[in-house]
Design a protein. Structure first.
Length: 378
């Protein structure tokens, strides 16, 4: 019988695996949000643990091991965005805080939204003097826990071990710190500011990469980065601007990560990234998440035909309409069709197109996972 890791390697070599890899919770963009996990545990008849504290922005819950075993999930995750003890973090109330980058965040029902932009209209000098978190203050106890978990999963199990990305992307940090409108304006009108900002963020990223992957890199099968480059209808920047401004830093991040790990590299970007796919592939992205089927030009068949021999796809099952509002037969048919298209000749890791939110009926989630196992085996 082919092992999980053998099937994963087949998938990455664009060979059809004996059993499709099911990724649920392997990275922070294939997990569950809000109270969705609690609702799913109730649906499955499992007793909940004590209610957990609300997670802060960028944090995602570890999925309950009973769920992962119930649906024979192939992946297990380690890590997450690494916090720094020396930073601008400040709690204001249960509904509001200032994060380690000095961004004020307010809870709006499901997400923590940024409600200020501390570097809006800042000069290069002001940006250079703005306090960044200190990566040397990442808690040692947290790193030890990650290392222990990764070592156990790698040596004592057959799961595909996934390293959650430890640091934010350059573009999203620019949008949060400057405000979306201000930062997008600057990519066109003040590229020298953008490049100086990216360079400073890159120095921070390098240190976090060294610390994180230096501890757990040898235990990982894939790892990830997340940086949203597109809207529902197309990229924030033209391919030419992306190539000039962002691509060099994504490429450097991947190359630097590969100094510390042999893990395959997944990049997450919401939205319609089809126009940017050649850039992402050239940057070294080996797995693309999420394959958002409701976004423009992100139909699975078109992507598979155009890029299926160059990159592995991850995701593909619609979370905007299908899972919240679809019926059982519709969901099963969609899962079967997605697998038929994307898993042809391998190169596909099964997952929903994004995290499961509270509006997804638990029964629909169960149908999706059961159908994936049903149609994902030879």
């Amino acid at each position: 019988m082919t092992s999980r890791r053998e099937n994963f390697e087949k998938t990455m070599r664009h060979q059809t695996p004996d059993s499709l890899i099911l990724d649920f919770g392997g990275n922070p963009l294939s997990t569950m949000e809000g109270q969705s996990q609690e609702k799913f545990l109730d649906f499955l008849g499992y007793q909940r643990e004590e209610k957990q504290e609300r997670l802060l922005f960028g944090q995602t819950p570890d999925l309950d091991e009973r769920i992962l075993k119930e649906f024979d999930i192939d992946t297990r995750s380690v890590g997450g965005i690494l916090p720094c003890e020396q930073s601008s973090f400040q709690k204001i109330s249960d509904e509001e805080y200032i994060d380690e980058w000095g961004i004020r965040r307010r809870f709006t029902g499901l997400y923590w939204e940024a409600v200020n932009a501390p570097l809006k209209d800042a000069t290069i000098e002001e940006m250079e003097n703005y306090p960044f978190p200190d990566p040397d203050s990442i808690p040692e106890a947290m790193l030890q826990n990650y290392e222990k978990k990764a070592k156990y999963l790698f040596e004592e199990t057959d799961y595909v071990v996934c390293g959650e990305h430890p640091v934010y992307g350059v573009f999203e940090l620019g949008c949060w710190l400057c405000g979306f409108d201000n930062f997008l304006y600057r990519t066109a009108a003040e590229p020298e500011f953008v490049e100086a900002f990216f360079e400073r963020v890159w120095e921070y990223q390098k240190k976090v990469i060294e610390i994180y992957y230096g501890r757990i890199g040898k235990y990982l099968h894939y790892t990830s980065s997340g940086d949203d480059f597109a809207t529902q209808n197309g990229p924030f920047l033209s391919p030419a601007m992306f190539e000039e401004l962002i691509q060099p830093y994504l490429k450097k991040r991947i190359e630097y990560t590969k100094k510390y790990t042999d893990a395959y590299f997944l990049h997450h970007s919401c939205g319609s990234v089809t126009m940017l796919l050649p850039n992402l592939i050239e940057s070294g992205v080996e797995i693309l998440n999420p394959i958002q089927p409701k976004a423009k030009d992100m139909e699975s068949a078109k992507l598979k035909e155009a890029f299926g021999d160059q990159i592995v796809f991850h995701g593909g099952v619609d979370t905007q309409e299908l899972l919240p509002f679809g019926g059982r037969e519709e969901i099963e048919e969609s899962v079967a069709r997605t697998i038929e298209i994307l898993n042809k000749d391998g190169g596909y890791l099964f997952a929903a197109a994004h995290n499961i939110q509270e509006d997804v009926n638990p029964e629909n989630l169960a149908v999706m996972l059961q159908a994936a196992r049903k149609y994902g085996r030879k």
